[in-house]
Design a protein around this ligand. Sequence first.
Ligand code: CNA
Ligand code: ZN
Length: 309
Amino acid sequence: VLKEVCPRSRVEWVKGVEDVISLLRSSADVIVLAGAGISVNCGIPDFRSEDGIYARLKGRFGLKKPEDMFSLPLFLRRPDIFYSFAEEIYCAPGAASNRFRPGAAHLFFRLLSEKGRLRRVYTQNIDSLDLLAGVPKDKVVQCHGSFATASCVECGWQCEGSEIEDAVKAKRVPRCPVCPPKPTKVPPPDSNPPAFDESTLVEELVPPPLKPDIVFFGEQLPSSFHRLIQEDLPSCSVMLIIGTSLQVAPVSTMPKLLPPDIPAAVINKTLVKPGEFDVELLGDVDEVVGWLCKQLRWNGLLEELKRSG
Ligand code: CNA
Ligand code: ZN
């Protein structure tokens, strides 16, 4: 674990990681801001690491850029493109194929909660591993939604995410059971692998697609996000930013909304916005969390949770 205190600490009284640890030990108002980096060791690739999802998407599915896989306008026009890939990241609570287990960071959030230290976890992740780790539902804000439910893009009809599992695994577009079919351009049924070339599409009568309730580019975040940051940020005691590159707005703007006397600490493998935070803990998330738990004398509890998980 490489410990480092920002030379330009925002909050004057924060002299080092010890000051953050003493807040974790004593305050009831810890805010966590988490990203895909906390689930990488659980087997779910992040977006922007060298072997992340964007690198894996490059040049596939006829996409101009990897981000387009999560673009709402593209989904509405060509849901088949998303569903030819969704299987690689699908992770819904209750789904038979769900093979991912919570990691050290998720269990650490649970410990923070059990010790009465946690105000809220804001996670950008769509894997629901915080909930699976046992963090109470009212303490988790899934800023970018999750695979837990799916909805019709036209009428809003909603079902459990596990109900589209078979379609996802078969790379088939799940369709709304209540909307009437309408003429739609779809890839020809015998195209294998599916043709992404628009000129090969054929017209068929099908109902609108169901979309997992994850937030695509071009979609609003859940209203609870906007409501809760107003409530939480002015009155929290410290923000732990963990496993995120802080590239996606509006979540990335959260640290800026902290009052000037509230410290923010970063835990990440690579430097994130150097100089903007009070404490930086660089390293693998499992190692840094293990080290933090040792300082807090929670390592026994963490190991216990890992064993029972
Ligand atoms: P990102 O931009 O891919 O950043 C992840 C960060 O984590 C990077 O800075 C990495 O250096 C860092 N990192 C990776 N592995 C580790 C590790 N073992 N220890 C410490 N740090 C590590 O992802 P963000 O979360 O910042 O971007 C937000 C997107 C990613 C959200 O919209 C998510 O929905 C989306 N996403 C979520 C998941 C998931 O649910 N698990 C997976 C992939 C992408
Ligand atoms: Zn519908």
